[in-house]
Design a binder for this molecule. Structure first.
Ligand code: ZN
Length: 268
């Protein structure tokens, strides 16, 4: 039998074994929110979860995947029907409790894999508190930020429901995409400092929004719920994008799993 990669498929004996093997639990976090008229509300969590599973399948001795956190911090999307908003305080506490439980059982290195841009700051705080309040170390990442090379493949813009997300959904969940409803929506106030989203051959998501942080009500910057151009999306590029994210995540897990955890020392 091949190795189980999903935590919720394992018995407690198997989890105990996974601790011994120093496997790295991945906590997928996403959202249930509007993604334009052409994509389903599952998009963020579905993609984060698929990337976690595929990365773990490459290195099944080294990581495992926790049940996904399907909701996220997205009050700014509430002008569009469908979005379920979780306050950032609740979300942070919820994910910290997952991390603390994992640390309690003996896992030493934990990674939060986020699929929703606005969870980035709350998940950074959750990871920090897990590190400071347990014997484990915890890192967080938003998958869109770990592989800037993906943006070299862009043919249309991406911030939300654009070329990247739509292309990967066409590859992974084509039955839930309605391309007849896909439209380009890229009409928000442009700024030299507030960089937001990414244009073809443009800068990475890590830079986008990374200089000056500002997120407005979505209904002020989008008429369709989309910010990007999903009309250029296609399945083949979606497959290539997905594989790049998966390879990058697996590479990071392998490195983080070997990261030395040094003893603390009180210098008073
Ligand atoms: Zn999204």
């Amino acid at each position: 039998m091949s190795k189980k990669i999903l935590y919720d498929e394992m018995s407690w004996l198997e989890v105990k074994e996974a601790v011994k093997e120093e496997r790295v639990p991945l906590i997928p976090v996403g959202s249930t929110e509007q993604h334009g008229p052409h994509l389903p509300t599952k998009t963020d969590i579905f993609l984060a979860y698929e990337i976690c599973k595929a990365a773990t399948n490459k290195i099944p001795d080294k990581s495992l995947v926790m049940p996904p956190v399907n909701y996220g911090y997205n009050e700014h999307h509430l002008d569009f029907p469908a979005t379920i908003h979780i306050s950032y305080e609740t979300l942070i506490k919820f994910v910290i409790d997952i991390g603390k439980s994992l640390a309690h059982h003996g896992f030493k290195r934990i990674v939060i894999v986020n699929g929703h841009g606005s969870n980035t700051a709350p998940m950074e705080l959750a990871a920090r508190r897990i590190t400071l309040e347990t014997s484990a170390i915890c890192a967080s990442l938003t998958y869109l930020s770990i592989a800037p090379e993906v943006f070299q493949l862009l043919e249309g813009e991406e911030a939300h429901g654009g070329d990247v997300e739509t292309s990967m959904m066409l590859y992974l969940s084509p039955q839930s995409v309605n391309m007849s409803k896909a439209v380009r929506d890229w009409d928000f106030p442009k700024s030299k400092f507030i960089t937001f989203g990414v244009e073809p051959k443009g800068k990475s998501f890590a830079v986008a929004g990374g200089n000056v942080q500002f997120v407005d009500w979505w209904s002020r910057v989008s008429k369709t719920g989309i910010i990007g151009d999903p009309t250029k999306a296609n399945k083949e590029r979606g497959k290539r994008m997905f594989e790049i994210f998966v390879d990058k995540l697996a590479e990071f897990i392998e490195e983080f799993r070997k990261r030395e955890i040094r003893p603390r020392k009180d210098y008073h």
